[in-house]
Design a protein around this ligand. Structure first.
Ligand SMILES: Nc1nc2c(c(=O)[nH]1)N(C=O)[C@@H](CNc1ccc(C(=O)N[C@@H](CCC(=O)O)C(=O)O)cc1)CN2
Ligand SMILES: Nc1ncnc2c1ncn2[C@@H]1O[C@H](COP(=O)(O)OP(=O)(O)OP(=O)(O)O)[C@@H](O)[C@H]1O
Length: 192
């Protein structure tokens, strides 16, 4: 199987696993998940000003739930805006009160005339991760490119624990995550 087919098959499997897990989760457990930033992670965010979140789609880990605590910590929040279907996106500042506008792929982004920012921390959605801190995304290369554009940003993956795989294929352009936060665990990579 070529690497490409490999990743495509893994994406299908990962979506199915994530859906089954989220549907079987106790509603209260779901409601409480990702509400609080664990203190070792909060400490790690100390020096950072701008944090890029995402609005959870489908069964993704709901990153938007971290927004109130991050705002209370004085962080500037940002959300991605998909610019084209070729993998280009930027980050626009956002506060939880701001209205969102529909974008490509069913995403929503802040007012496009607002300022685009360079994030110090990128909290990224994913389909699967492994303990080597590899991340499998939707396949558009949007986050891979954003990671490459902001190489000094701390890369944090947010996921349900069931999204862990033994080993994911890594392409030459894939930059590993520094930290992964699940509903039960904070995983810190060697470069965190
Ligand atoms: N919540 C969230 N925001 C995000 C991403 C993401 O994965 N999750 N992205 C991460 O890159 C970027 C947008 N890219 C995306 C690429 C594909 C799909 C997606 O669900 N694709 C469906 C088909 C949807 C369609 O074309 O209408 C699919 O592949 O089945 C979503 C977002 C930026 N914002
Ligand atoms: N830094 C980069 N510069 C240019 N192209 C890139 C870069 N990173 C990835 N790509 C391209 O993006 C495509 C998708 O990559 P990949 O399958 O690893 O996406 P992904 O990480 O699953 O998706 P995403 O980052 O959107 O969540 C690949 O064809 C790759 O060539």
């Amino acid at each position: 199987m070529s690497e490409d087919t490999d990743k495509t098959a893994l994406r299908t499997l990962a979506r199915t696993r994530r859906r089954a897990f989220v549907q079987s989760l106790d509603p209260l457990a779901h409601r409480l998940a990702f509400k609080a930033i664990p203190s070792p992670l909060a400490r790690r965010l100390d020096g950072a000003q701008t944090v890029a979140l995402y609005m959870g789609l489908d069964d993704e880990a709901p990153a938007q739930r971290l927004a109130p605590q991050l705002a209370a910590m004085g962080k500037t929040l940002a959300l991605p805006r998909v610019i084209d279907r070729l993998g280009t996106m930027d980050f626009l500042t956002w506060t939880p009160e701001d209205q969102l506008h529909p974008g490509l792929y069913g995403t929503h982004h802040p007012e496009p005339s607002g300022p685009s920012v360079a994030p110090d921390i990128i909290i990224a959605p994913l389909l699967a991760f492994d303990r080597a801190m590899n991340r499998l995304g939707q396949g558009g290369g949007y986050y891979d490119r954003a990671f490459a554009r902001y190489p000094d940003a701390l890369r944090i993956g947010l996921a349900w624990s069931v999204q862990e795989q033994d080993a994911l294929p890594a392409d030459p352009w894939d930059l590993p995550l520094h930290i992964i936060l699940t509903e039960v665990e904070l995983i810190e990579g060697p470069d965190a």
